[in-house]
Ligand binder design. Structure first.
Ligand SMILES: CC(C)(COP(=O)(O)OP(=O)(O)OC[C@H]1O[C@@H](n2cnc3c(N)ncnc32)[C@H](O)[C@@H]1OP(=O)(O)O)[C@@H](O)C(=O)NCCC(=O)NCCS
Length: 214
């Protein structure tokens, strides 16, 4: 089944984000049996975000870089609770998933996957300020990309990065997604200031990215 609807009907989270009408994509995982995912490469572990993560997520989100690059309208505490609840619901509908990035059993960041038609997963990520530049986001995006392609059988993993967000683009590049192009001076769907959007993608039949260099 493939249809779109107003996401704000489904969850107050997006109503509160004032994004207005957004598309929700049904059917991307139809027919795919998905075990509850827990992914690890031995350094980072990804597990489903849960209500108990809320305080750690809210503390992480007090960071200026996160507030700059990730769109917010609420306080971090409200936003963290809404985001986790919303994406738990999306996972129950198999429309998206929010993973907590764990290092030594502590929350190091979040990585979110939206399942989109046609057979595409769009990914967003953030890492606690004090743990940056250790390739944690790169590792998380690699794990998610492999899971989406190898386990879920989707065709495409993509990242849309703000033209000014060098760190986000670096993560997509290091994780083995190909830089596909720039949408110049594009406007966000929420009417935000026009800015360049840089597109990265990995297709199921692209060569696998080489292992991370130490
Ligand atoms: C973007 C973000 C998740 C990166 O997390 P991270 O774990 O520090 O990233 P990595 O260590 O995996 O970096 C991978 C590459 O990105 C680039 N990079 C990362 N941070 C960078 C920075 N501050 N400046 C320049 N390049 C940077 C580098 O090329 C790096 O590779 P290298 O280590 O081989 O040089 C983190 O900076 C963050 O949470 N930012 C705020 C939220 C955000 O912008 N999210 C993305 C948009 S939603």
């Amino acid at each position: 089944m493939w249809r779109t609807c107003d996401r704000s009907i489904l969850a107050p989270y997006h109503l509160l984000r004032e994004h207005g009408r957004m598309e929700v994509h049904y059917g991307v995982l139809d027919g795919v049996e998905v075990a509850e995912p827990r992914l690890t490469d031995g350094v980072v572990t990804l597990r489903l975000a849960q209500a108990g993560d809320r305080a750690a997520v809210a503390a992480m989100d007090e960071d200026a870089e996160i507030r700059r690059w990730v769109e917010y309208r609420l306080t971090p505490w409200e936003e963290a609770g809404n985001e986790i609840a919303y994406l738990q619901m999306m996972w129950s509908l198999r429309q998206g998933v929010l993973f907590t990035i764990l290092v030594d059993d502590e929350l190091a960041g979040l990585i979110e996957v939206e399942f989109r038609h046609p057979r595409t997963a769009r990914v967003h990520y953030r890492v606690r300020r004090e743990l940056r530049r250790r390739r944690l986001a790169t590792r998380a995006l690699r794990l998610v990309s492999d899971w989406v392609i190898d386990e879920l059988g989707l065709n495409r993993v993509e990242v849309w990065a703000h033209g000014g967000n060098v760190a986000s683009q670096g993560v997509a590049d290091r994780a083995g997604l190909r830089r596909e192009g720039v949408l110049r001076q594009a406007t966000g769907f929420d009417g935000s200031e026009a800015h360049d959007k840089v597109y990265f993608g990995r297709l199921a039949n692209d060569p696998r990215p080489p292992p991370l260099k130490p």
